[in-house]
Design a protein around this ligand. Structure first.
Ligand SMILES: [Zn+2]
Length: 114
C-alpha cells in the first residue's frame, strides 16, 4: 500500500526532527503532497490514523496535507512549466526533452509541537 509507506516515511522524518529539537509531543504535521505523486489524501489520512497509534510521541497528531504543484524543467532551454497543463513538451521552445523536478513525492513542510 503506497500511502502506508509514505506515512512511515513521514513518521520517521517527524521523529528524527523531534529528537533533534528535544520535542516531547508532536501535535500536528503538515505534509506537501506532489500533484502527480499518486497519493490519495483520504487513504493517507486513514493510514496516518492507524500508524500514529504506535508512536507515543505523536499518537494524537493531526495530519494536514497541501498540494505541491508538479513542475517540469526543459533540458534544452531550462524553462520550468506545469506538466499537468502542458504535458511533457516545453511550451517555450517545443523540446520534448523535459523532466519532472517537483511534484512526485511527499515533503514534511511543518511540524507543530510543544
Ligand atoms: Zn525548452
Amino acid at each position: 500500500m503506497h500511502e502506508l509507506g509514505i506515512v512511515f516515511y513521514i513518521i520517521d522524518g517527524v521523529k528524527a526532527a523531534a529528537q533533534d529539537n528535544n520535542v516531547s509531543r508532536v501535535e500536528a504535521v503538515t505534509v506537501e503532497l506532489g500533484e502527480v505523486s499518486g497519493v490519495v489524501p483520504d487513504l493517507l489520512q486513514d493510514a496516518w490514523n492507524w500508524a500514529i497509534k504506535r508512536e507515543p510521541i505523536m499518537d494524537e497528531a493531526t495530519l494536514f496535507t497541501e498540494v505541491q504543484p508538479a513542475l517540469n524543467q526543459c533540458d534544452d532551454c531550462k524553462e520550468t512549466f506545469s506538466p499537468t497543463k502542458f504535458g511533457k513538451t516545453c511550451p517555450a521552445c517545443g523540446s520534448p526533452n523535459t523532466h519532472l523536478i517537483q511534484g512526485s513525492g511527499a515533503i514534511i513542510k511543518n511540524i507543530a509541537a510543544r
